[in-house]
Design a protein around this ligand. Sequence first.
Ligand code: DX5
Ligand code: ZN
Length: 213
Amino acid sequence: MSGLTISPSILSADFSRIAEEIEALTLAGADAIHYDVMDNHFVPNLTFGFKFIEDAMKNCRLPADVHLMIERPEESLDRWLAPKPASLTVHLEACRDIENAIHRIHKAGVRAALSIKPGTPAVLLKPYLDMLDSVLIMLVEPGFGGQAMLPETVEKIAELRGMAPDIEIQVDGGVKRDNYKTLAALGANNLVIGSGIFAESDYAAAIRAFRAA
Ligand code: DX5
Ligand code: ZN
């Protein structure tokens, strides 16, 4: 399956050994590191902040993909952009001025992505598709790793692929060995995977299993 990239979500990593975990994912063949930022308002969970990501990025050779699950991301956008992640994702439901946020992300030289929760129709992304580098479709209610994919969310992948043939489509939540081929066939080209990798002791074998044709 060419063109399919894999971004492990460190949400399921051991935070007390984060540098080792990231190094192990790098050696295991990951394409990027996905950071799930949660504020306990937009989602009912709290993860890490600016310094954690900055420190984690220091010795990491892989691109950082920062997924902000926070209310009013525009208020703290500059802080998330400061360490120069490869890409920054804000949620459509949480952002008051999406066009302005995309503009600011691009001005910092960072790829801009917009994400939607399971209950948000894909068509709401349409006005922004020309400006975006990527869209992230949540296949579970954001907040926790290890949940089962909600089957009704997958039709949005094909719908979006129809609207934007060339955009990167990321899928996040419940991506497992038994569903990734379906997601890719519908048009997803980046898999964000947490428990599907961290539940295995051999990260390289786990990532390889998602690359099998
Ligand atoms: C959920 C996060 C996901 C999550 C994926 O809110 O955005 O990145 O950690 O984890 P799994 O693959 O375990 O569903
Ligand atoms: Zn995520």
